[in-house]
Ligand binder design. Structure first.
Ligand code: PAF
Length: 286
């Protein structure tokens, strides 16, 4: 695996490589890599061309300074994992490379409704920051395929909209991959590293709630299941931010189950200062 820290060096390499390869498959990350990220690398490698992964902890998408400060950084481990996974190129830029004119000068995108619900409400400015960094990374890497994890369901929708706004939707194929889970169902996340052993044990409650939302979709009212989930999460020591049901295509929030539309359940909850999110696309029982 080749590692580049400078935009110019990466671009020189990619333009050269592109002569002999049929495209760039791009996996943007903030590092502290886990099996979820590696599944994206594996997926990218199934496409022809070369696989580029970026590791950059983007300051503009953190609405909480402590969350930014405490975001795990494990570069040596990340390099070893990416090398083992057969990633071709790692882009490891500094903040100066990504925001040469400062973060204030980076373009700002309006994601409309998506910024007014769920993560948009609980992390004000978060999606503006995601839009800024992804637009910049796409401009640098110029990929044919972009790989994202469905654990960040709303982020996938925001980035799809970003591609449309940048008129890149016909040039870049957005490929989303299923959430990878620990044995007890906890969605893999870089933030899981910050959980204490006892918090880690109960963290799978979020997944249990999603499973119960799925299991009860034809027998209960959503508000009943929602309250059960909130009570359970609180009982276990979580501060739940939302337990919501939405149309899986538009993300418009739903008061109750409707098996005639695609549905997704989404949860955000904090434990010991660590904020976890997860979701599950719901299918009516056949
Ligand atoms: O999902 C992430 O890790 C980040 O939000 C992303 C897409 C790499 C942008 O910083």
């Amino acid at each position: 695996m080749v590692i580049f820290k400078k935009v110019g060096d990466l671009q020189a390499y990619l333009s050269d490589k592109n002569k002999s390869h049929s495209g760039v498959n791009f996996v943007p990350t903030m590092g502290a890599l886990h099996q979820g990220h590696l599944s994206l690398i594996q997926l990218a490698k199934q496409h022809s061309g070369i696989t580029v992964c970026s590791v950059f902890v983007n300051p503009t998408q953190f609405n909480n300074a402590i969350d930014f400060e405490k975001y795990p950084i494990t570069i040596a481990e990340d390099i070893a994992l990416l090398t083992d996974a057969g990633c071709d190129v790692l882009f490891l830029p500094s903040q100066q490379e990504i925001y040469p004119d400062g973060t204030d000068k980076a373009p700002s995108f309006d994601f409309g409704y998506l910024e007014t619900i769920l993560e948009g409400v609980h992390r004000p400015g978060h999606f503006k920051g995601v839009g800024q960094v992804v637009a910049r990374l796409l401009d640098i890497v110029k990929p044919e395929c972009l790989f994202l994890g469905q654990k960040d369901y709303q982020q996938c929708m925001v980035i799809k909209m970003l591609l449309e706004k940048l008129k890149l939707d016909s040039k870049i194929q957005l490929i989303t991959a299923p959430t990878i889970r620990e044995d007890d169902g906890l969605a893999m996340s870089s933030r899981n590293r910050r959980l204490t052993p006892s918090q880690r044990t109960i963290a799978s409650t979020i997944y249990q709630c999603l499973v119960s939302i799925q299991a009860k979709l034809q027998t209960e009212k959503f508000e009943v299941v929602q309250k059960e989930c909130i009570d359970l999460l609180k009982d276990k020591g979580f501060a739940p931010e939302y337990v919501s049901l939405a149309n899986a295509t538009t993300l418009s929030l739903m008061d109750d189950y409707n098996i005639d539309v695609p549905m997704v359940a989404l949860i955000a909850a904090e434990i010991g200062g660590v904020r976890l999110i997860d979701n599950m696309v719901l299918n009516p029982v056949q």
